[in-house]
Design a protein around this ligand. Sequence first.
Ligand code: C2O
Ligand code: CU
Length: 472
Amino acid sequence: MLEPPRASATEATEYRISPGRARVALKREQGSAIEVWAYDGRIPGPEIRLRQGEPVRIVVENRLTEDTTIHWHGIRLPNAMDGVPGLTQPPIKPGGSFVYEFTPPDAGTFWYHPHADSLQQLGRGLAGALIVEEAEPVRVDRDLLWVLTDWRLGDDGQIAPGFGNRMEAAMSGRVGNTVTLNGTVPGDQSVRAGERLRLRLVNTSLARIMALRFEGHRPVVVATDGQPCDPHEPDGGKLLLGPAMRIDVIVDMQGDPGSRHAVVDDFYEGLAYELTSFAYAADAPLRKNPLDAPLRLPANPLRQPDLQDAHRLELVLQGGMMSGMGGNMMGDMMNMMSGMMQGMGGMPGTTAHGRAVWSINGTSMTGDGHAGMPPLVTLAQGRSQFVTMRNETAWWHPMHLHGFSFRVLTRNGEPAPHNQWADTVLLAPRDTVELAFVGDNPGDWMLHCHITDHQTAGLMTVLRVGDGKGKT
Ligand code: C2O
Ligand code: CU
């Protein structure tokens, strides 16, 4: 963990971080056998801890053999620090460096990852957690971070090649076969009866959506995507965590000393697996009754959107395999195949940067970000935005907006409970969600699906706020 020394209000704390090749063990019995791309040689990258409202300077030195950038996912920062190559900064060349400087306004659980050649760079291991500490954290016995990452390993144990498979891009994306917790396929998590844990869950996977169930326990969600919400137990006891999403839960460990309770991920039908389990020490409970301390996190300085006076924006997601559900599936499949063979003639637009199989409002931006991406719309700076997002596809999409946290207002016409804010909202097939935010941060901001294959194959656009130039 990179612990910041106390910085004075004016002087920024400095970090250095370098992406490059490394060898690690993802399974404990393996030794340092797996070739990965990693920040500072570690999977996940070093845990960066910042303090709310204190400036930071992060020097990134590129030791890869290709261009990179870092995107500070979920942090509300100046546009020029957002890490989108071509759009907000020049890419960092091999051997080159870039200095990111910002002051995180919000406390919470965030993460960082490259925004260049994302399929490979993220899929080969470049990701880390970024935690902004509250001035006064809630009282717990332990504050734990679980960085959850899905990998596709071949028979030789190495990361399987074949990133950017078009068929997968039109379906669920590159879902792998091995999930690590903080960089290794986990064994048990040792816990003590009676203790209260804060668990920060981060899904850094390319494509895998997770639905976590803590058998015998009742986790209480206290924040989504770093932003505090009304403390609540999740629907059906399941924590739904799409790629890029974070959930902070507080769990009172009420199992018996010596007992063991599985943590199961059963998102994909027929593919449930035990991620890990809570193994209770034999010790007597730490306390008799659960800790009697408040669960609610201190609020972040987010501006409430003015729903009466908001500008309305509709975003329609289309494309993918079998997008005509209920129509002729085989026909769609055939179209898709012939489309692929003919350079996707029949699918949403083909661009110079790749082939699109998805679209937002009929347009498709592909790849990772590049110069001259025209904004889909220009939004007046400071105006409240009311966004209706409609998923007309047959697939799930965790949709991420850079630079803002938005309120999740409704889902399929029902009010969304618990005052939740997010930077990445998960849409089930055919879902419609309504979101709102204040467009107070000028710049060109990306909006894309965080299933990386979907992003790179067209499920991406740019929203311009103000004149598109970020404040400096
Ligand atoms: Cu984590 Cu463009 O996003
Ligand atoms: Cu998607």
